[in-house]
Design a protein around this ligand. Structure first.
Ligand code: UD1
Ligand code: MG
Length: 443
């Protein structure tokens, strides 16, 4: 049976109090919407329609970047109304629909698969979960035989109903043709005067179709409606990621202090010290050690390399096997050869550093003239003296040495010594004479 998805993402997200649409807020460096799309794709849902608001250009652009289609919901009249907006594109689709809120970033492919399995039993299913704090989730009432009786939204619920802890997870699966027929019958007679998607199962029941329930764990259906729920989702995502990496053999002294991006790849037997932050696009190979307080994004760290403490790797940093990048060293768009070392206070931007080169403290690649970026090439085994400024484009040949404090403005031949600094003049006794003169003047 072919599958299509609808992701509801047209709500204003007013509780976020943000100019950014809610579904573009990020968890682990990926917008909420991206997490839901990834889970759906993982469950084999290839065609996905994202429902957006008229002002949702940024959401539509992001959806397109994920190869999703989008539709506009003219007015935000509720989740049922939103799902109906997708009918414009899916009218002729004859298969199973998965419908999910765009604000549930912790959903997994497995969670959606459970919903699909339940759907196969009756033709309609939803995800429910036991909430430790049911907050404002819709409350789920079951029939004696375990099907959904109805969902009561928090704002419509009586006090006893609010005491129910089985809640609606915001993900549904249904036969597509039937779903659109049921959704067309939705009414908005409720506290919010909205067309609730959650009323579809009651309509289906009058059509002789029971709504089956798949019970998900609370974490995977967490809904993000406010900044505090966003922070809670981030923490839960991090806990899940840390647990997975530890199980895969990654070493961490204090996992709770390490923050990963959604796509961070770390091999077994790499080690991460406390207080390290990863942005998107990072691969860490086995035997590498990331020392405390390092910040790493868009970078590859090869086997046995040592990064930090207090290092910053920016996009395009490729650190070779056994290389060392030490404290207060920033690397951007630069390939650092195997065994090369830049241990202190250095900026390497737009550079290629050969194997075994040694970059002295305070070395700076002057890669930007305010208009363009230029390349610095340092040959294998070169020794860059402390406080060297390399004015790019420039090449220092293999095995060459630059004298400390040099400003290198043209290429240096292999194995040469380049000195480019003021010549030291020494005036014997000058300082003492100066002090004596000044003291006399003071009296
Ligand atoms: C919804 C459910 C609730 C469930 C909870 C799970 C309804 C009526 N309520 O409540 O039962 O427990 O999710 O997280 O469905 N949206 C639109 N157009 C609209 C309104 C909303 O696209 O007109 C989108 C939002 O962008 C959001 C999703 O639908 O991604 C859910 O809307 P939201 O306002 O977050 O609903 P909840 O109050 O969380
Ligand atoms: Mg919500």
């Amino acid at each position: 049976m072919s599958k299509a998805g609808i992701i509801l993402a047209a709500g204003q997200g007013t509780r976020m109090k943000s100019a950014l649409p809610k579904v573009l807020h990020q968890i682990a460096g990926l917008p909420l919407l991206g997490h839901v799309v990834a889970a759906m794709r993982g469950a084999g849902v290839d065609r996905i329609v994202v429902v957006t608001s008229p002002s949702g250009d940024a959401v539509r652009a992001y959806a397109a970047s994920l190869a999703c289609e989008s539709v506009v919901q003219d007015q935000q009249l509720g989740t049922g109304h939103a799902a109906r907006a997708a009918e414009a594109l899916l009218r002729d689709f004859d298969g199973t629909l998965v419908i999910a809120n765009g604000d549930m970033p912790l959903v997994l492919a497995d969670t959606i698969n459970e919903c699909l399995k339940a759907q196969a039993r009756t033709g309609l299913a939803m995800l429910a979960f036991q909430a430790s704090d049911p907050a404002q989730y819709g409350r789920v009432l079951l029939t004696p035989d375990g099907f959904l009786n109805r969902i009561v939204e928090y704002k419509d619920a009586s006090e006893p109903e609010r005491g129910i802890t089985l809640c609606n997870g915001g993900c549904y699966a249904a036969d597509a043709r039937k779903f659109f027929r049921w959704a067309a019958a939705l009414k908005n007679q409720n506290a919010q005067q909205e067309f609730y998607l959650t009323d579809v199962p009651s309509i289906a029941r009058t059509d002789g179709v029971n709504c089956a329930i798949a019970v998900a764990d609370e974490t995977s259906v967490l809904g993000v409606n406010s900044r505090s729920e966003l922070a809670e989702a981030e923490e839960k995502f991090q806990q899940r990621m840390r647990a997975r990496l530890l199980a895969d053999g990654v070493g961490m002294t204090a996992p709770a202090t390490v923050y990963f991006a959604y796509d961070t790849m770390v091999d077994a037997d790499a080690y991460i010290e406390p207080f390290v932050v990863f942005g998107p696009g990072v691969t860490i190979r086995t035997g590498a050690r990331i020392r405390s307080h390092s910040h790493i994004e868009g970078a590859e760290v090869s086997t046995g390399a040592i990064i930090g403490p207090f290092a910053r790797l920016r996009p395009g940093a490729k650190i070779g096997e056994g290389a060392h990048i030490g404290n207060f060293v920033e690397v951007k768009n630069a390939v650092i050869g195997p065994g090369a070392k830049a241990n202190h206070l250095t900026y390497l931007g737009d550079a290629v550093v050969g194997a075994g080169a040694n970059i002295g403290a305070g070395t700076i690649t002057c890669n930007y003239d305010g208009f363009t970026k230029a390349l610095t090439e340092i040959g294998a085994g070169a020794f860059i003296g402390s406080d060297t400024s390399l004015v790019a484009p420039v090449k220092v040949g293999a095995g060459a040495i630059t004298a400390a404090g040099s400003v290198i403005t043209r290429d240096v031949a292999p194995d040469a010594l380049a000195i480019a600094r003021g010549v030291l003049t020494e005036k014997p006794g000058w300082a003492k004479a100066f002090r004596e003169k000044k003291q006399k003047e003071k009296k």
